[in-house]
Design a protein around this ligand. Sequence first.
Ligand code: GDP
Ligand code: MN
Length: 349
Amino acid sequence: IKSNVVSKDGLKYRTVNTDGPYTGPKEKATFVTLVRNRDLYSLIGSIASIEDRFNRKFHYDWLFLNDEEFDEEFIRVTTAMVSGTTKYGLVPKEHWSYPEWIDKKKAAEVREEMGKKGIIYGDSESYRHMCRFESGFFYRQKELDDYDWYWRVEPDTRIHCDINYDVFKFMRDNNKKYGFTISIREYPATIETLWKTTREFMDKYPQHLHPNNMLDFISDDQGASYNLCHFWSNFEIGWLDLWRGDAYSAYFDYLDQAGGFFYERWGDAPVHSIAAALLLDRSEIHHFGDVGYYHVPFHSCPIDDAVRLGNRCACNPQEDFTWRGYSCTTKFYTVNDMKKPTNWMQYTD
Ligand code: GDP
Ligand code: MN
């Protein structure tokens, strides 16, 4: 049950004895996974990796969400895999359907067009409901009401490193509200009017923009255009009140009215990222560079030997995406005056 506080790079980590379960105070936090029954066996590898590397020491809960009822096998297997309490939620229809102002015929035409152009998920209707759900509704599920923090997990992902501290306590102790592992540039064809719509929102609701926001991470010209940088939202450790608050509600509603979740293919990743960059104090966003992460096709793998070996990371630093040209994490470190690993230049291309 040992827990002691370690400081590194100005951040406070409460590390725990890795041999036994941690029985100290916990946060009101849960894992959250949106998933279909048929993806059970893609998901259990993600769960095993998080349990082995982190949660077996902490036993945080896990909420599974689905737009259909979970079946018996899904519930039985996931219950056995998770060391905390598992919960199963059915997404209400109104969170997974067309709002009344959307022209479904126009939406169908767009899907056909985008499909022909070969845009990834361009022809998919369910993917659009998923992106809209993750953007505006996951945090409104009643099963999340009693939680302050969440960690989003997807099928077919991995954590590469031991995590010997409570990441949720870490977030609270260090005033963090949004945590990411990988950042990248979005496909412009999926978000053609997202920035224009965001600018309208900014003009209409200047009171919601944080005075110390991180506009310089998402725009290279003081907001004239979007540089496509976003945090990859398949991994998120976040503060639920960020999304529940007035500022984000106003932003989501504005985007939803504009219709781009259906008339284009706006992803929840750029939506969450733009919101986090504009609505938070820049110091409230954290790069989890020490956990190691994989979601096809990119790895985050600590290139600093002390971090990678110290945390027993099972990944190849040559495959790390963090400092490559197409990643935005170098920019994240630059605009925030943060110290990059001393050897980062050896991993830029
Ligand atoms: P990608 O990472 O952008 O390629 O998209 P994924 O296929 O991984 O989907 C993102 C997340 O939404 C994952 O957690 C999926 O399990 C989940 N998801 C996607 N589509 C659906 C759906 O139609 N129903 C449910 N219940 N979950 C979905
Ligand atoms: Mn995915």
